[in-house]
Write a protein that binds this ligand. Sequence first.
Ligand SMILES: Nc1nc2c(c(=O)[nH]1)N[C@H]1C(S)=C(S)[C@@H](COP(=O)(O)OP(=O)(O)OC[C@H]3O[C@@H](n4cnc5c(=O)[nH]c(N)nc54)[C@H](O)[C@@H]3O)O[C@H]1N2
Ligand SMILES: Nc1nc2c(c(=O)[nH]1)N[C@H]1C(S)=C(S)[C@@H](COP(=O)(O)OP(=O)(O)OC[C@H]3O[C@@H](n4cnc5c(=O)[nH]c(N)nc54)[C@H](O)[C@@H]3O)O[C@H]1N2
Ligand SMILES: [Mo]
Length: 677
Amino acid sequence: MTVHTTACPRNCYSTCSMRVTVEGGRVTAIDPHAGNLATPEGACLKGLSYLERVYHPDRILHPLRRVREGVFERISWNAALTLIAEKLQEAKAKHGPQSILYYSASGTKGVLNGCGAGFWRAFGGYTSTYGDLCWPAGLEATRLTLGDNVHNAPWDLANARLIVLWGKNAAETNLHQMRFVDQALAAGATCVAIDPRRTQTSERAQLLVQPKPGTDGALALGLAHLIIAAGQVDTDFILAHVLGFEAFAEYVKDWTPERTAATTGVPEAQLRCLAQLMGSTKPLTICAGFGMQRYTNAGQSMRAMLALLAITGNIGKPGAGWVYANLSTQIFGHIKDPIDFYPPEQPDGVARISISTARLGADMLAQQNPPLAFAWVERGNPLSQNPETHTVRAAFRRLDFRVVVDERLTDTAREADVILPSKSLFEQSDVIGAYWHAYLQLRQKLIEPPGEVKPETEIYWELGKRLGMDENTLSSILPEPDDVRVEQWLEAKLKPFAITLEQLREGPVLAPGTPEVAFADLQFPTPSGRIELVSEEAVARWKVAALPEFCEPVEGAGLGKYPLQFLTPNTKNGIHSQFLNLDVIRQFEPGPSLFLSPEDAAIRHLHNGDLARVFNDRGELRLPVRIDLSLRPDVVVAFNGYGTEHGGSVNLLSLGRETDMGYGAAFHDNRVDVERG
Ligand SMILES: Nc1nc2c(c(=O)[nH]1)N[C@H]1C(S)=C(S)[C@@H](COP(=O)(O)OP(=O)(O)OC[C@H]3O[C@@H](n4cnc5c(=O)[nH]c(N)nc54)[C@H](O)[C@@H]3O)O[C@H]1N2
Ligand SMILES: Nc1nc2c(c(=O)[nH]1)N[C@H]1C(S)=C(S)[C@@H](COP(=O)(O)OP(=O)(O)OC[C@H]3O[C@@H](n4cnc5c(=O)[nH]c(N)nc54)[C@H](O)[C@@H]3O)O[C@H]1N2
Ligand SMILES: [Mo]
């Protein structure tokens, strides 16, 4: 029996460190690792469920070839790779290399993930995607305002006197953050949740504010109006460190409590109560989640929220600041493809086309020169997770050939001509970062992959040889397919940062230069060197107003023909489309439901358990009703992550539409109606 340190690589804030027991070549226990000060109590149920997931009968253990719709047969690696190489060469010869789409998403973290883009560059070009489904509007709003995406150490939240969990459901999506919220509460702090839903997070807050979806920008401006009117601003801080306060103060004069209440649906008395709290309690930390970030006005809303911290001087101090996403561990940026985020601006001589992740289906169909013929998907399940499932499916079906690398037969894998099995977290070493704490961690290889499973780097190596790439080219982009070489490759990546694999084998290590308190020196890497409430860069890059002005979300209340806002947030016990097939998870998350307010259910004569049809012009779903006594009327909710097996993805109803900045996806900017199914 041996015990090893490793970490959970899922796209999740917590990125928990784990102590894993291996007996006879099998993982038998997963325990906490106290060395990670952000996650000392260890993994959540999902992390513990790896004991089931890694050995689950749903895992694909060898390459599969499609015989006809829904039917696959086992083929050898040799047959699979030879066929793929042939199809790649055919597409390249006929249309050029850009007829190949390389699509990857957030299935797992890791430095080795960057090898894919390197491989396709060496192939001579490809079509990639820009933007991201997850967080970019908020990243960009933060960068424009503060200059950088860093925040105070997770445990510093215990020092806050007021915590606002804004569009963030930490008790379900960042469990470990609630420990620091609890510590702050025990020391007398106040916690406020801002969410159209009542959640496990808001149950632990003293105040729940339930705005109409997509109106957080207006809410922030109305709060700023009251704070300024009450003379609760930090004038010295503003004079020294804030750009554009006067213009901002002038603009928010119009955001009177009456207008704000009418726009947001938040009662005036509650607005005044929250403004009083924010204007008078220091230090204040706003933990902004991704909720309000999934609308067409997301970036401007987040800029308005950031302004509340700037005018009250709550930045650069213990217990204060903005906790959104911490990019301190993104130190390997040079091997990440910048075009993934910003499309046309970094030409590097390789002929690449880049299409929008948010509009994936429509952009795939629209591409002409050359048209797409081949897709390679890894770490992603776009038929469930990207907007506009119908269009994405049509776009995949239009191609000549599709390869999907995944561990399960997902909705996307079902569309593939060849499915290649992917490794689990215990089957190849990699170095991973995080976006809440700032630890770098080693995700160690602990067991041999089952069946014929190979890690992606090995797949690329073998495929490269069949495509006639020489070993020098391949070894300049990939580690050789051998455990020792993989670790040497990782060691070389770490070297410039004076971190060794041996250190990481013991436990997590903070990324170099990680501050305990972000912006403590009050230096802001913005064009003006100040916190920018007025941003010329926002105007130039995103064509939005220089001030964080409020625009209604495109499918906002009263706009369009459908009466209900459709929110599709995350499940507590899954990560997007992952984990939901496991028995241990299904005990708590048996399947999707449609949550309706009692008012909306009553007018439609719907009761708990009835089958309802939720629909708009884009699609429909049939789901069992759950009446949620605390939901805002005019809002309906179904969690994202479920697919065809459960009646279809919620994205059958969403539209591929970008956020105002960052090329994100405006998933919740989506109106629907509900009727008896
Ligand atoms: N258990 C679990 N944890 C996860 C994930 C998961 O799938 N499951 N995914 C990880 C990833 S990739 C991400 S991006 C994060 C996301 O983490 P969170 O941001 O915490 O999660 P979401 O569910 O996207 O949204 C949070 C809340 O925003 C609310 N919301 C929706 N619209 C609005 C709005 O207009 N205004 C306001 N104020 N609130 C709104 C929703 O009701 C929801 O409760 O979680 C990470 N952690
Ligand atoms: N309607 C709606 N849609 C949403 C959201 C929403 O709030 N509402 N949230 C969005 C957000 S925040 C995100 S981050 C995205 C997530 O979108 P995705 O990243 O596409 O979703 P996941 O289901 O996490 O993972 C995709 C696949 O990666 C596979 N995978 C895991 N590990 C590996 C590996 O090591 N190798 C390979 N090859 N595959 C692996 C998993 O089995 C899974 O099938 O979804 C977005 N979609
Ligand atoms: Mo995400």
